[in-house]
Design a protein around this ligand. Structure first.
Ligand code: NAD
Length: 316
């Protein structure tokens, strides 16, 4: 059986699929040529990331196709319900990149409490002439250990964030309307294990008590955190959004950074990607990355092997 990985797939996935007896094709076929290519080559499985669209035209015209796989989470580029109605398997790898996003949250957190994002901008410019001044500017950092982290949305990524936070000696304040309690298992390199039961709490209690707040919810149609919610938070709070652009209202966040209510923010996601608002990009208290939360080599490997495992069990 032939699998076309049209947006690429990690070597781990190719190896696992080939070991299971599949032929893997990694050509990138242009969208308008896909139907003909799939039919000419008798493709059984079509794997995509976010670039290739799998709409009704492909589903209706390609009778050899039995499975559509998305390496990653969001399936906006696939007509999922329609494909399933037509009897196709549609799979994704929702958990493969959770730990990568969680590490990026902590990269922002560690960076922001010691001003690394700003220091990295200014040292190359002024490090040789204003060293003492910069040293003074960045000399009032704070530590994460012993602080309270608010995690809003206690799903896959939220729980991975909790693991790192617990290991770092932080108290976890979690809120999730669909989860009352969760067990967080910490696995150490030498085989030791520790388990924590975390009971979720009211969102107001997270806002009132957390020193840092990170959001890990799906986009809600409108911001989850706006001016009203920010005003309930502690002064000098740090906010992180690595969920979806606009889960924290960008304009209210900028105002709160300017007034000093929010001390720093970390953003991996932006309203209007891939052209974020220039005011956001120019705000120096924001640590920012261009939506790379899931983008680690390890996550790509896990995506490859997870897809291969599911394909083998569904098609063999
Ligand atoms: P998940 O479905 O495992 O968890 C989401 C959690 O949010 C669920 O437990 C749900 O009950 C909870 N939730 C829903 N509405 C809520 C609300 N109003 N208040 C509090 N909790 C609420 O999803 P996940 O895999 O943890 O992903 C979380 C978010 O991260 C998604 O928005 C996803 O798009 C985003 N994400 C970003 C990147 C990146 O590159 N930065 C990568 C992957 C996922």
């Amino acid at each position: 059986m032939k699998i076309l990985a049209n947006d690429g797939i990690a070597k781990s996935g190719i190896d696992a699929l080939e070991t299971a007896g599949f032929e893997v094709i990694t050509d990138t076929v242009a969208q308008e040529r896909l139907v003909k290519y799939i039919n000419d080559n008798n493709i059984t499985g079509l794997l995509v990331r976010s670039a290739t669209k799998v709409r009704k035209d492909i589903i209706d015209s390609c009778s050899s196709l039995k499975l559509i796989g998305r390496g990653g989470v969001g399936m906006d580029n696939i007509d999922v319900d329609y494909a399933r109605e037509k009897g196709l398997h549609v799979i994704n790898t929702p958990g493969a990149s959770s730990a990568s996003v969680a590490e990026l949250v902590f990269a922002h957190l560690f960076g922001m409490v010691r001003f690394l994002f700003d220091s990295n901008r200014n040292m190359p410019l002024d490090g040789d002439t204003r060293f003492k001044e910069l040293k003074k500017n960045y000399g009032a950092g704070i530590e994460l250990r012993g602080k309270k982290i608010g995690i809003i949305g206690f799903g896959r990524i939220g729980r991975e964030v909790a693991k790192i936070a617990l290991g770092q000696g932080m108290e976890v304040l979690a809120h999730d309307p669909y989860c009352e309690t969760a067990t967080i298992d910490l696995d150490f390199y030498d085989g030791q294990k520790l388990s924590f039961n975390i009971n979720t709490i009211a969102i107001e209690d997270v806002y009132k008590n957390a020193d840092f707040i990170t959001v890990h919810v799906p986009f809600q149609g409108k911001p989850l955190i706006s001016k009203k919610e920010i005003n309930m938070m502690k002064d000098n709070v740090g906010l992180i959004n690595a969920a979806r652009g606009g889960v924290i209202d960008e304009s209210d966040l900028l105002d709160a950074l300017e007034s000093g209510k929010v001390r720093f923010a970390g953003l991996d996601v932006f309203v209007n990607e891939p052209t974020p608002n220039m005011r956001v990009l120019m705000t120096h208290q924001i640590s920012m990355t261009p939506h790379i939360g899931a983008a680690t080599l390890e996550a790509q490997d896990r995506i490859g092997t997870e897809l291969a495992e599911q394909i083998e069990s569904l098609l063999k």
